[in-house]
Design a protein around this ligand. Structure first.
Ligand code: SB7
Ligand code: NI
Length: 185
């Protein structure tokens, strides 16, 4: 079981590395790790388990955050419309995106960052993403907008050594460009 002590924090070099592609087909070990990552998210969102094990709730996790420099991500989130986004992906890749931007009005946080970093994180409003889904045992193509699009971009960034605050304008952290879509959540 993944616990908070297994999650590396900012300053650890693995968070700044470019993670390695996973060789296909994935090994049993890679699949096991990714399932553990997804289980961590489920546990962290369970009121009893998160309290029992002192887990910070997370909607996503990237393998570098548990010190594994491989291109694997887990996402688990429920949209207010009740739609569920539960994916465990290997070698995810954004294949196209909108020019239009969006951002969370409350800013972003990260399980690897133990402090608040205020400011808008501008991201693509819409993305199309491909990746090998270990649950469905096939390559999937996802068209995303709103919160799910934000979360997948946050996780993809971890595979490229990018932290959310890299996107915040230091001199003007709450500046939103004309036309960017605010997301309240
Ligand atoms: C806010 C939170 C997340 C993504 C986008 C906005 C995920 C936080 C958990 N993680 O640190 C995952 O990398
Ligand atoms: Ni993060």
């Amino acid at each position: 079981m993944i616990r908070m002590k297994d999650i590396v924090r900012e300053g650890h070099p693995v968070l700044r590395e470019t993670a390695q592609e996973v060789k296909m087909p994935p090994s049993q070990e890679d699949i096991r790790i990714l399932k553990e990552m997804q289980q961590f998210l489920a546990n962290s969102q369970d009121p009893e388990l998160s309290e029992k094990y002192n887990l910070r709730a997370g909607v996503g996790l990237a393998a570098p955050q548990i010190n594994i420099s491989k291109r694997m991500i887990a996402v688990r989130l429920e949209e207010e419309d009740g739609k569920e986004y539960c994916y465990s992906l290997i070698n995810p890749k954004i294949i196209s995106h909108s020019v239009e931007k969006s951002y969370l009005t409350a800013g972003e946080g990260c399980l690897s960052v133990d402090r608040d970093v205020p400011g808008y994180v501008l991201r693509h409003a819409r993305i199309t993403l491909k990746g090998y889904d270990i649950d469905r045992e096939r390559e999937v193509k996802l068209r995303l907008k709103g919160m799910p699009a934000i979360v997948f971009q946050h996780e993809l960034d971890h595979l490229n050594g990018i932290m959310f605050y890299d996107h915040i304008d230091k001199d003007n952290p709450f500046k939103a460009p004309e036309g960017a879509i605010p997301i309240d959540r």
